[in-house]
Design a protein. Sequence first.
Length: 132
Amino acid sequence: MRVVDLVLLSLRQLRKNTMRSLLTILGVVIGIAAVTVMVSIGQGGQALIQGEFQNLGSNVLLVFPRWKEAANGVRERSAGEIFGYPDELKFRSSLTLFLLAAASDAKAPFQKALDKYFEGKGDPLTLAKLGR
């Protein structure tokens, strides 16, 4: 078949199946629009985040202490002084739950924190709710 014959056959089929052709065109348009919108949202979010980092400027210093250094830095303070109420209660309850849920080789940090801040005793309300 020649190219001219293929074009004529295509045009005849488009005329014969008008609804199918229109729906196909509509599907392609919706698909392209969806991809365009998703890419635009991604690029807009990326630009927003980059703008926030640029707004931080060069005079901002972020310090992230390691666990041991941070714990040693508050050695003389109680959990209440560090966290305040009611976060002190949440901290004790969380330590109690983590100690009970942790594998035997992973309990040490939780027990150390309970020893340091709560005389080694878990949260009595948490233990009571667990039936212990």
